[in-house]
Design a protein around this ligand. Structure first.
Ligand code: DON
Length: 555
């Protein structure tokens, strides 16, 4: 009898192994800042789950990386609840104030006023991060909001030593922040750029976070803090109202789900363009056997898939609550088959034949991404931002909160490129309470081998970075290789392939040049965070992008 039971178990063992364990048995965090990663690990050690940790990491980043993201900004958090098996997208993207209009950044001759959508309070959308974090804590967390926010409050109150990256940001943004006294005082306490190692304390931000911890999101969207923000915004040329803040709500959206040759992809839906563009590109690529192509041919096909998918971004995408988008068509395999057939073997398709050229997108690393997993298999991927470095630069006095310049993600005028060189049309024009189109895309990948969480900043380049990371995971990569991978990018317009040093070999550069590509080497870009879990051997790997100062921990 005993022998039979053992026999049965031995028979079932391979099946059990194949099915994979239900829980990773490890907590893991990857973020762009060591203090934020630590905040996440700390709340999980205190009994919190991955959702608590995501709240703690996000809040801590608003203190230690305020040039990238913060409670004056917004973003997307992708959640996987292990208990129900459900995925949900928390859309905490900013929306436009009610007084916003489609032509608000144009002069009376219809020309776009340079910098108007990028500087000062007129460039700020109504922030969504506080509402998103409160929602995640309330509906998914195990700890109180105050517990999740405690590490961030401590970092703001007691301070932390500036690293070279933060110092560099302050050097590069000195002129911008000098215009706004509260921001100047907060980040240049002695009237000069503080040196690396300086202990930066942010008492106003600590008070603001404390009040949110005590009274919830209402402390930010109504009451004294809301009035202080609205008064300061309006006194300095902005158009926020108390009602804009009071009426702000996160949106729960069904994530997009896609398939690439048997790998399941869960990613964000509009108002991010990231999911649609990547899935469209993957649909095109899924008809090729990339593993059997030469590296040169593989890169040619990936670049062309990026080109076609980015073209549709410019044409169709915007806030789903405002515009009708042909999403079914864009994601249909028949549509992808048509585009695939249009790819010329061994030859670049000139984008210039199809639309006017736009300037190059600037290099950028000022948004942030997190990956969190807990031992029970709850997952969070988040990408959130104040948009460009230190957002609008504007800080309402006494709040410690840097306001975003997310309004630049709208189309200021059809055909005129935004800060990332992206063009668009009426689908992404400004309207009251509309959300600007984003490229941010935290993503989950599932194969029979395991799963991956990945995401990165980088404006329009986010999409190509996540696409390359996705293909790397499909080919057997882990968190470390996903974040390290050399990157290349094509966004339809400009008709140029941007690539990091090492992304192409010498022969590939010659080969792609012969195919008609215009190539431009860039500085390293992106700041990807990733966690992978191999079911076999229960192996959890977390990694922060080696290009920057972030850290990852597994316990
Ligand atoms: O939502 C977007 O697509 C942009 N606001 C993201 C900005 C960004 O990634 C800047 N960083 N590097």
């Amino acid at each position: 009898m005993k022998i039979r039971l053992v026999g049965l178990l031995l028979l079932l063992l391979p099946l059990l192994v194949l099915a994979g364990p239900l829980k990773p048995g490890h907590d893991a965090v990857a973020s762009a800042q060591p203090y934020a990663t630590q905040a996440g690990m700390q709340v999980m050690a205190e009994g919190g789950n991955a959702f608590d940790a995501a709240v703690a990491v996000s809040a801590a980043l608003s203190v230690v990386e305020p040039y990238s993201s913060g409670i004056g900004g917004g973003g997307f958090w992708l959640l996987h609840d292990a208990k129900t098996g459900k995925d949900v997208m928390v859309d905490g993207r900013e929306y436009a104030p009610a007084a916003a209009t489609a032509t608000m950044y144009q002069d009376k001759n219809g020309n776009v006023i340079e910098g108007a959508s990028l500087n000062g309070p007129l460039s700020a959308g109504i922030p969504g991060e506080v509402a998103a974090l409160a929602y995640i804590n309330q509906h998914y967390g195990k700890l109180t909001f105050a517990q999740d926010l405690a590490p961030a409050i401590k970092l703001a109150r007691d301070g932390f030593p500036l690293d070279p990256r933060f110092h560099g940001m302050l050097v590069s943004r000195e002129d911008k922040l000098k215009q706004w006294p509260a921001a100047w005082k907060a980040f240049y306490p002695n009237g000069v750029v503080p040196p690396t190692g300086y202990i930066l304390k942010q008492p106003d931000l600590a008070n603001t976070l404390e009040s949110i911890a005590k009274h919830g999101a209402a402390a930010f969207y109504t009451g004294t803090l809301a009035r202080e923000m609205v008064d300061a915004v309006r006194a300095n040329g902005g158009i926020w109202s108390l009602e804009d803040l009071r009426d702000y709500q996160i949106k729960l959206r069904t994530p997009l789900s896609g398939d690439y040759r048997g790998m399941k992809i869960i990613t964000v839906a509009p108002p991010s363009s990231g999911g649609i563009v990547m899935l469209e590109a993957l649909n095109i690529l899924s008809g090729f056997d990339l593993t059997h192509d030469s590296e040169l041919m593989r890169k040619h096909l990936i670049i062309e898939a990026m080109r076609f998918a980015f073209r549709d971004r410019a044409e169709y995408l915007g806030d789903p609550d405002f515009v009708q988008m042909p999403l079914k068509r864009l994601l249909s395999p028949y549509y992808a088959a048509g585009l695939r057939a249009a790819i010329l073997p061994g030859k670049a398709t000139p984008s210039n034949d199809l639309a006017p050229v736009t300037p190059e997108a600037p290099e950028s690393q000022h948004t942030t991404s997190i990956a969190v997993m807990d031992k029970n298999g709850n997952l969070v991927g988040g990408t959130f931002t104040v948009n460009f470095r230190f957002g609008s630069g504007f800080m309402p006095p006494h709040t410690g909160v840097i306001l975003n310049d997310e309004m630049d993600d709208f189309v200021s005028k059809p055909g005129v490129p935004n800060g990332f060189g992206l063009v668009g049309n009426s689908a992404n024009e400004i309207a009251p309470h509309k959300r600007p189109l984003s490229s941010m895309m935290p993503t989950f990948l599932y194969t029979t081998r395991g799963l991956a969480i990945l995401g990165t900043p980088g404006g329009s380049r986010i999409i190509s970075m996540v696409l390359l990371g996705t293909l790397d995971y499909f080919n057997g990569g882990d968190a470390q290789s996903i974040v390290s991978l050399p990157r290349y990018h094509m966004q339809y317009l400009p008709d140029t392939v941007f690539y990091e040093p090492g992304a192409f070999t010498k022969d590939e550069i010659t080969g792609l040049g012969n195919m008609g590509y215009r190539l431009e080497e860039t500085r390293p870009y992106g700041n990807m965070q990733s966690i992978t879990w191999d079911y076999k051997g229960d192996k959890v790997t977390a990694a922060a992008d080696p290009r920057d100062v972030g850290t990852a921990q597994v316990k």
